[in-house]
Design a protein around this ligand. Structure first.
Ligand SMILES: Cc1cc2nc3c(=O)[nH]c(=O)nc-3n(C[C@H](O)[C@H](O)[C@H](O)COP(=O)(O)OP(=O)(O)OC[C@H]3O[C@@H](n4cnc5c(N)ncnc54)[C@H](O)[C@@H]3O)c2cc1C
Length: 479
């Protein structure tokens, strides 16, 4: 291993390889300022360099963990002191935009927000959006099959990718840079890399599907007395707004109260009183401001007349819209509890209320003070749930020392196991999944069997062995 760094430097240049001391100067995660760990970090600038790095690592049986924006939420990007991190931070280019074919070709290190802005500059839209947009990369989105705020309308990342290029474990460049909407010529190999969390290959370039732009936006925050009203309102808004319905995000009372609390640094302004059981953010996007506004307002008014919505505030400016969205995106406020256990599950909408009641009851029997923060993408049947077993233990002002820097002690590790059991066990019976959009990584690996059959897991192993027989790509993740 002693000459590995000098061999890597020969491929990418001296200044683009960091040794473990230099790696430790970086934060280990978007939400964790503790030092990053790795034997070395290498920053190739193009596909050829990625291929040369993998040829070298393959020959030596050297494990490689790929990094995009390091915003993943299941420890998929975590490396050990014996692993090499391959970061795509020098591969951020937008290579081309084809306005007639509505495609954009990017290097995999391109930041999501840059792709969104470039599409808009050409009168088009890239249909993926999520809170980490300013840091996460297209390659990371592809590798985790990211979901986010507009899945309801445009689907997950899988639906936004027409083609891609990946480098296999032995350095082979697999170019599948299809730009066509229809292409049934044999196996659709790109699908194997989408959602495989860097275990089957390193994604280096991507052809994205763009959509017509929707410059007019109408947003409202709604309040409800019970969950039934929310799910009925979702059905009502879907029927009335049809394809214009862009987002329908649910926020239960505990999260709304924290996110808008006067006592908490960084909290949002509260547009509605904080004593309703549930809130939702609804957004429509279209092309005709006046007509869209009329449709949006009529849909809201009829829901109020039908006693579905109890209270509502409609954003009258971009600033008010941003304030409303901050309430939903203020997730880091929840993570200031120590400890917190984070979940990203899917389950049928009809089962949500009873599932939440059931897990709350079990959690309270373990921790009487426990707070369950629930919010998420209701229309996608996807809930994000954060459990704070000891809510009094809160860092109101974490400063630059961001959240999640406190490692779990032995007792808390045991709590986490018990919490996982309570959260995951009921999901199999009701047809839910332990991971809706964040993936499996290391964190959810012991629980994959709740959502996948033995035959499915065996087939995943078969694929992993075929693509990466020496197990150098993100080893130990997912399976
Ligand atoms: C504030 C916040 C909000 C978020 N909201 C959402 C949300 O709404 N929906 C959602 O789905 N996720 C969300 N996430 C999670 C995260 O942003 C996504 O998983 C994102 O797609 C990760 O991209 P990244 O570039 O940061 O990847 P990283 O974190 O760097 O990596 C994630 C995984 O992909 C692999 N990987 C990265 N790049 C490549 C590549 N080029 N080739 C092969 N493998 C690669 C890594 O090895 C790792 O396993 C959120 C995270 C934060 C911090």
């Amino acid at each position: 291993m002693s000459d590995l760094i000098s061999c890597l430097k020969k491929i990418v240049g001296d200044e683009h390889v960091l040794n473990h001391d230099e790696v430790a100067l970086r934060a280990s995660h978007f939400w964790d300022s503790s030092p990053m760990q790795a034997f070395a970090l290498v920053k190739p600038s193009n596909t050829n360099e990625v291929s040369e790095v993998l040829k070298l690592c393959h020959k030596r049986g050297q494990a490689v963990v790929t990094h995009g924006g390091v915003t993943g939420l299941v420890d998929g990007e975590k490396a050990s002191m014996s692993e090499v991190v391959l970061s795509l931070e020098r591969m951020r280019n937008i290579e081309s935009i084809d306005t007639a074919g509505r495609t954009m070709t990017v290097q995999a290190g391109c930041i999501l927000q840059h792709a969104q802005e470039a599409a808009r500059e050409h009168g088009l839209l890239y249909g993926l959006d999520l809170g980490a947009r300013g840091s996460c990369t297209i390659g990371g989105n592809v590798s985790t099959n990211a979901g986010g705020l507009s899945v309801l309308r445009y689907g997950m990342t899988r639906e936004q990718v027409l083609g891609l290029e990946a480098v296999l474990a032995d350095g082979t460049v697999l170019s599948s840079m299809n730009t066509l909407l229809k292409n049934n010529a044999g196996y659709d190999l790109k699908q194997l890399f989408i959602g495989s969390e860097g275990t089957l290959g390193i994604v280096t370039r991507v052809v994205l599907r763009l959509r017509p732009n929707t410059p007019t936006v109408h947003t409202a925050i709604l309040a409800f007395d019970n969950f039934r009203q929310v799910s009925d309102t979702l059905a009502h808004m879907s029927a009335n707004l049809n394809a214009q319905l862009n987002a329908f995000e649910i926020i239960w009372n505990e999260f709304y109260r924290l996110s808008t609390s006067d006592d908490i640094q960084g909290a949002a302004r509260a547009p509605l009183p904080n004593n309703y059981a549930v809130y939702a953010i609804v957004e429509s996007q279209g092309t005709n401001n006046q007509a869209d506004q009329q449709t949006f307002m009529q849909a809201l008014e009829s829901a109020i007349e039908n006693e579905l919505i109890v209270d509502a505030v409609v954003a009258k400016s971009e600033t008010e819209r941003a304030q409303i969205w901050t309430i939903r995106e203020n997730v880091d406020l929840v993570l200031r509890h120590q400890p917190t256990f984070i979940y990203d599950i899917s389950l049928p909408i009809v089962s949500m209320e009873s599932y939440l009641a059931g897990i709350k009851q079990q959690l309270q029997s373990l921790w009487p003070e426990v707070v369950v923060y629930a919010y998420g993408h209701l229309a996608d049947s996807n809930l994000h749930i954060t459990i704070a077993p000891t809510p009094q233990n809160y860092m109101n002002n974490p400063g630059t020392n961001n959240t999640q820097t406190v490692q779990l002690n032995d007792e808390q590790k045991q709590w986490y196991k018990e919490c996982n059991k309570i959260m995951f066990e009921p999901l199999t019976k009701i047809g839910g999944t332990v991971s809706a959009e964040h993936g499996i990584g290391l964190m959810k690996k012991p629980y994959l069997h709740y959502s996948r059959t033995e035959a499915e897991i065996a087939t995943m192993r078969l694929l992993k062995n075929a693509f990466d027989p020496t197990n150098i790509l993100n080893p130990g993740k997912i399976i």
